[in-house]
Design a binder for this molecule. Structure first.
Ligand code: FES
Length: 185
């Protein structure tokens, strides 16, 4: 902006040569900035949300991930749904939380992080996510973790990917209309 501003000023005051030079310098700065930004974004995936694919990979409906006693209280446990790693935490009071396990910052394993005060802290760079909804309480992560609804059916823990707007399918059925596993049970 400064270089283009100087270019305009020079041209308005009759110094066309200097105006062209400032304009060229401005164009060079824009090009270098674009090159640097492209390298950071596309080559190094810097700033990309590494949990973005989760809603596109996990199928709708409830997924059974183990019996309740497989989840010791206040300890992070790793499970997988449709090959997507999931962090599961059962609080002392019995409330279950499930989040996508790969940190949105750089895909660190949240199941190897520390759980405290209703949050999980990523072991790699310290981002903190709220267990109840995946909200990124503290960075460097700039995006929340996809969160799952949880329930217990016949002593088994089941999880279902939560929609971004927090709503549930009104009929409780999968996207293709088939009954969920819990309904069949
Ligand atoms: S990978 Fe989790 S904070 Fe960087």
């Amino acid at each position: 902006m400064g270089l283009y501003g100087a270019s305009l000023l020079c041209r308005l005051t009759g110094r066309a040569g200097a105006g062209r030079a400032y304009g060229f310098l401005g164009l060079t700065a824009v090009g270098l900035g674009g090159m640097l930004g492209g390298h950071l974004a596309y080559r190094q995936a810097s700033g990309a949300n590494h949990a973005e694919e989760v809603p596109h990979v996990v199928s709708e409906g409830w997924h059974r991930i183990g019996t309740v006693d497989e989840f010791p209280a206040d300890r992070p446990v790793r499970r997988a749904v449709d090959d997507v790693p999931v962090l599961v935490v059962r609080e002392t009071g019995g409330t279950l939380h499930a989040l996508a396990d790969r940190c949105s910052h750089l895909a660190g394993p949240l199941s190897e992080g520390t759980v405290a005060d209703g949050c999980v802290r990523c072991p790699w760079h310290g981002s903190v996510f709220r267990l109840s909804d995946g909200w990124n309480v503290r960075g460097p992560a700039t995006a929340p973790q996809p969160a799952f609804d949880t329930r217990v059916v016949d002593g088994h823990v089941e999880i279902r990917l939560r929609r971004e707007d927090g709503t549930e399918r009104p009929d409780g059925r999968a996207a293709d209309g088939t009954p969920t596993r819990a309904e069949e049970d």
